[in-house]
Ligand binder design. Sequence first.
Ligand code: ADP
Ligand code: MG
Length: 684
Amino acid sequence: MINSQLITPRNIVVVGASENEEKPGGKVLRNLLEGRFKGEIFALNKKEIAINGVTYVSSVQQLSDVVDLAIIAIPAKQSVETIKELIALGTKAFIIYSAGFSEAGEEGILLEQELIKIIDDANATLIGPNCIGAINESYKGVFTSPIPEYDPFGCELISSSGATAVFIMESAILNGLRFSNVYSIGNASQTGVEEILEYMDLNFDPKTSPKVKLLYLEQIKHPFKFLKHATSLIKKGCKIAAIKSGYSEAGGRAASSHTGALATSDAVIRALFKKSGIVYCSSRDELISVASIFQTKALKGKNIAIITHAGGSAVMLTDVLSANGMFVPALDPKDTAELLTHLNPGSSVANPIDFLATGNAKQLGLIIDFCDNHPGIDGMIVVFGSPGLFNVKDVYEVLEQKMKTCDRPIYPVLPSLMNAKREIKSFLANRRVNFADEVSLGKALAHVQSASKVNFYDVQLPTMDIVTIRSIVNAAKNGYLSTIDTEELMLAAGIPVAKQLVLKKAADIQRLPTNFNFPIVMKVVGPVHKTEVNGVRLNIQSVEQMQEIFEELMQIPTATSVLIQEMASGEELFAGAVKQGDFGHLVFCGFGGIFLELLNDTSYALAPLELNEVQEMVRSLKGYPIIEGYRNRPKLDEEKFIDVVIRVGSLVHIAPEIMELDLNPIMLSEFGIAAVDVRVRIEK
Ligand code: ADP
Ligand code: MG
């Protein structure tokens, strides 16, 4: 619901304006004036205000014209009346700084509801309340500093917290990052991150729109709207990095299965970001590093050359890159022999390339050219500071020159924030960024490189018997599905289950179908956790043994019948899904048994899933080498497992009444796959 009055207002009124720049109503006037807002600025206050460039009014009635945008800096309680008057006059956009709304308890919640209704009814836009405002090309509508110089290709920032937005900008600007539009959404009572992304998406112009978006979020109210527009923007060439703080409960989940216990709200957010192609960050520092990488030429592979005169930095960088899935490939002495002749004695060209404290600008240029032409290198990190003995201006000039002309990205780490302060400043003046810490850069680089490529729109559901699935789920009551319904549901979804049969009376044992082969497994039907009540008996060889065990199992409290299954062989894996409120279902897969309990070897993604996504999930498991056939063990049927995980994702997509689905274990061998324990909980 963002309108043109918010983005390009013809005029602005500050309600609660002040001459005192230490007050929000004073500081914003200063920011609007210094930001050279082109329209008329009205300062509304009962007390007269005399500031050059602003028109004083003592009441809404005194406004001579319709005012497009009102910035409200008066207490919450008084603001509602004034907003009504402004709406009557035709105002269509509001930025409300005032706190004291829904974040302040019962009374505030009611006040905020009243406010939203008034603004919605008028078809107007609201930013806030409880925020620091907005910055864009036409005006600087915040009461804080710093105000970044407007750069049409700079980062766009959306922040739930005004203070955090300021902190992010403060350190980002020092690193050389540039900004375009900034939105502090506060309580986001009408306009949230979803609406802003929607606006950016619908108005996107590949030639003129900013491409990098940074988000600091405390809440995602409409996950699918968020996913839709974030995905679409990334498809159009944008890059998004986000911090989500505050692990809120995403949906009513009861952890009666392993899968249920795995689905933390942090997992949901990570899954949502991954599905949209957003880079998840956990600190301001990381967000700024990722944003700086976004503003550098794209890295096309994982092979990095480290170029430095600082041995320690090179070691730390090599460690962090290697530990996070990137490579610092050793260079062949045959290839580097010529380069070495131009460097000072003692230099090393093996990668990291260390050209020593005595290395100079010309040598740096030669090294960069060498790396840019080396087929085994995708990007370069140059760490170059100053011990305070000499000026590094010429070195940074070469660096700047090479960053312009080289095909591959160069990431500058200029750590001498004091000794080379002036040189860094002139380097940054060329619209460059500086990564002050090499380890933060290394981590962020790996993070960006491993962020998934968007696939949300491409999901194709496998063929399943939808009519049967829907009829079972429609007829089901809340709670666990019966063993028979569960088996039928799996059959309809195309998920293989071990051959099985439910026995109600001991006499049924005599009438076993002839195609049932020993050894078999007998399980009590009734208790949810069967092993815990000694309700699972494996490797049963004869009818006599079956009869004995049948009697034993039926003695277990809450036992209703006995399930017999053929023994399945293979490794124990698991797959499952848990509903997470508006986020839909989180689907998990991994190794079952002790792997799950001891090592938590699982991966997850939001349903529905597509092939690439599940391949990545399976390959990221620590135990994946076992699936591939570790040492002399047979290679397991990976494709069948991937297919089951895809089907789990599709099943819960088609039947969202499934609250929890747990296939634990699934027996996977070289010959096939069979789920031997399936639990489905319905909640309507
Ligand atoms: P629960 O999870 O309720 O304790 P399961 O049905 O998962 O009961 O059985 C417990 C364990 O018994 C499984 O993890 C698996 O090791 C083994 N098991 C169960 N059914 C079979 C089967 N059909 N073939 C081989 N092993 C089985
Ligand atoms: Mg089980």
